[in-house]
Design a protein around this ligand. Sequence first.
Ligand SMILES: NC(=O)c1ccc[n+]([C@@H]2O[C@H](COP(=O)([O-])OP(=O)(O)OC[C@H]3O[C@@H](n4cnc5c(N)ncnc54)[C@H](OP(=O)(O)O)[C@@H]3O)[C@@H](O)[C@H]2O)c1
Length: 307
Amino acid sequence: MKAVLLTNHGGPEMLTYGEAPDPSAGSGEVVVDIHAASVNAADYKGRLGSARSNLRFPHILGRDFSGVVSEVGPGVTDLAVGDAVFGVCDQGIEGAYAEKIAIKAAIIAKKPDRLGHVEAAAMALTGLTALWALEDTAQLKAGETILIQGGAGGVAGFGIQLAKHIGATVITTASANNHDYVRRLGADRVIDYNAQDFTKAVSDCDVVFDTVGGDVQIRSYAVLKPGGRLVWIAAAPEGSQPPRSDVKVLRPGVARDRKHLERILELLDAGAVWPPNLIRYKLTDAAEAHRVSESRHLQGKLVFEVR
Ligand SMILES: NC(=O)c1ccc[n+]([C@@H]2O[C@H](COP(=O)([O-])OP(=O)(O)OC[C@H]3O[C@@H](n4cnc5c(N)ncnc54)[C@H](OP(=O)(O)O)[C@@H]3O)[C@@H](O)[C@H]2O)c1
């Protein structure tokens, strides 16, 4: 099969399009012929490498996908060849920038016809992450106020819609050219973080959802009311400590399971969420997609149309 191969840690030029071995379905697994795979911020971070990274090259990046089951392994009874499915690779496993992937059947879900492959791939990891962060971890409630950092991004975009559906007041940060977009997603108030210091403009939040990290996370503590919750998915500066002890600091586990993927579909059916703005690429254009992702100022999601 064809795949995007990461040949070493480094720049986007380390991504090459070439041949990789076909996967086969082990016990409890299916092979999925991938129709679409999405680009997540984790992908360029993995490409760049870190002290903890011990990838074996060539490595295939990519965490979420949508496609059609083409092989069923022993013990799988709830999926069949020809089923359209979508999902997220298990923790610590990647490989969705490819024409095929083998994956545990129990952690993927059937994709309804009304949702296209590109849209399903775009919503898989972002939806799963936002659900774990806001519903399971922060336990956001109707009537609460939430500040979502980085509203135009993939996870935050789903998070804005989910928080509105829950009944919270949603404040978000975005650069000026993304304000219409985040308002369309449901944000009640938008702060241009380039023009205004959000710590001066916002106070007394019940929850901050930080998808930006770094210094933004440290400054976010200032806008929480006593007893508030800071839930984060992008790290604070290394070695930094929470500056307040009267708030909860929470990191969602983001386990992969069918239940949360089906919750995404339930929210779509309820009209509570819809797919993000999409920028489409071919697998052969992976390096260009990574340049955009790494610039950290995209709107919505970048998705590969694989077939
Ligand atoms: N399981 C997990 O823990 C998990 C899962 C998914 C993602 N993540 C992490 O979560 C983070 C977000 O991921 P993502 O895929 O949603 O990101 P993304 O789609 O790449 O989003 C980047 C967005 O951040 C905004 N942004 C950049 N700097 C900002 C700032 N200073 N203030 C406010 N907004 C800012 C940009 O919009 P503007 O142009 O408006 O600045 C852009 O839309 C990444 O660090 C990713 O690795 C973790």
